[in-house]
Write a protein that binds this ligand. Structure first.
Ligand SMILES: [Zn+2]
Length: 425
């Protein structure tokens, strides 16, 4: 039986444009794919298909979060201070607890369910250093039905907390996780190679990660230039490199399948490296303010043509809601203008929405499956109650209303490949 959703649809087109389709019918076939999307008419409702009236709702593509940390979920709002002390005082002790498999399971369930509740249907996440906790995250994501890119944090530089592994152990952990989980049970789950950042990795580990990712055609994720003290740490730990980005460039980690979180403090040489490699910048504005890290010049980067998406960066980001992250991207772009006494860097809602959906799908090479609402794509959808009667049919107005009214609220329902994974219809 096919399902027909009668509702209003927001469909991202590009950085400048979002289509708004008022009173349309979307048909989902038995395989969970979008079979049709057309204006409502009486004849559409005359057969035996299941018809759901969502006239007081707005439907968007499921959101895509390019950067998050599953083991940090319970630390949302806990602790303050700059990045490096925050990590050692609050986060590393918490992540160490993931050696306990029951704790790892409980936290994985809570994390993925909360992401789903906010309409996120694809999430890219770091796990702890533990292979079993990471394996549990894969199994939980599979049970819940969310799409995910999951990687164990790769750390081989010794630290006071003892939160690291030898390179030999890391190689064995990666083999175990790739063989067990990468595109095995489901096309929805991918392993992502996760050298945490150059502050916790030896050159050998970074080179190994790069080679492994290349020979297995895997995505890579790491952090770059989030905080000024972090830049100083890089000079101390890796003095043979000219700059921070050069560490990743020279060890082979800068690829067109590499996600680089933060990217706040980069000079023109470093930006050129990222552009040449076609690596992807993950903008995390909520986190960047929470840890007083800085403001990433989003519009400047977009003008350069850098590939960009948004990440919640939980738990330095305090919400798994991508509508919240979209709101923060807009508000932070205004703060940038204020700080520079400039105009014109504030982004549109369409831009923030594109970065949270279609743009992110393109960055993850999954735009042929998800990220927009088009015939033939999987029906990954987020449905929000929203009274649009008082609004004009201008898509920017509708989008702003959705973002600013619903950024801290759960969706009414969420579908992945046509299957309801959250809420009710
Ligand atoms: Zn992060």
């Amino acid at each position: 039986m096919k399902t027909i959703l009668r509702s209003n649809f927001l469909n991202p087109v590009n950085h400048d444009k979002c289509d708004f389709l008022c009173d349309y019918c979307l048909t989902i076939d038995e395989q969970g794919k979008i079979a049709s999307l057309e204006p409502y008419s009486e004849k559409l409702t005359g057969n035996n298909d299941r018809i759901v009236d969502l006239s007081n709702s707005v439907i968007t593509p499921g959101f895509i979060d390019l950067h998050s940390h599953l083991p940090q979920y319970s630390a949302i709002g806990i602790g303050k201070g700059a990045l490096l002390p925050w990590l050692s005082n609050y986060i590393i002790p918490l992540e160490s607890k993931f050696s306990n498999e029951q704790f790892a399971h409980e936290q994985s369930v809570a994390f993925f369910n909360e992401a789903l509740s906010f309409g996120t249907t694809t999430i890219v996440t770091y796990c702890s250093i533990h292979r079993h906790a990471t394996s549990i995250a894969f199994e939980t994501a599979s049970d819940i039905g969310i799409r995910a890119f999951i990687g164990n944090s790769l750390i081989d530089l010794p630290n006071e907390a003892g939160y690291f592994s030898s390179l030999e152990t890391i190689k064995s952990d990666i083999d175990f996780l790739v063989n067990k989980h990468h595109l095995t049970n489901s096309e929805k789950l991918q392993y992502i190679v996760t050298p945490r950042y150059a502050g916790s990795c030896t050159k050998e580990l970074m080179s190994y990660s790069a080679n492994f990712a290349k020979s297995n055609d895997l995505f890579i994720q790491t952090h770059l230039a989030e905080n000024k003290s972090e830049l100083e740490l890089m000079k101390k730990l890796h003095p043979e490199f000219d700059n921070y980005t050069g560490i990743y460039d020279k060890t082979g980690l800068l690829t067109d399948k590499t996600l680089l979180a933060h990217c706040i403090y980069l000079d023109q040489t470093e930006l050129a490296m990222i552009q040449n490699a076609r690596s992807i910048v993950c903008h995390c504005p909520t986190s960047n303010r929470y840890l007083s890290s800085g403001i990433m010049p989003l519009v400047d980067y977009q003008k350069m043509g850098l590939r960009i998406g948004l990440g919640t960066d939980v738990a330095a980001g305090y919400s798994l809601s991508m509508l919240n992250e979209a709101k923060e991207a807009i508000e932070t772009s205004k703060s940038y203008d204020i700080s520079k006494d400039e105009n014109g860097n504030d982004i549109s809602a369409a831009n923030a929405f594109y970065l949270s959906t279609k743009g992110a799908a393109e960055n993850l090479n999954i735009a042929d499956k998800v990220g927009t609402i088009h015939i033939g794509l999987d029906a990954d959808l987020a449905i929000f109650d929203l009274d649009i009667k008082q609004l004009s049919a201008n898509s920017e107005d509708i989008l702003r209303s959705l973002i600013y009214k619903k950024f801290n609220q759960s969706a009414k329902a969420v579908l992945i490949a046509g299957k309801r994974v959250y809420g009710s219809l």
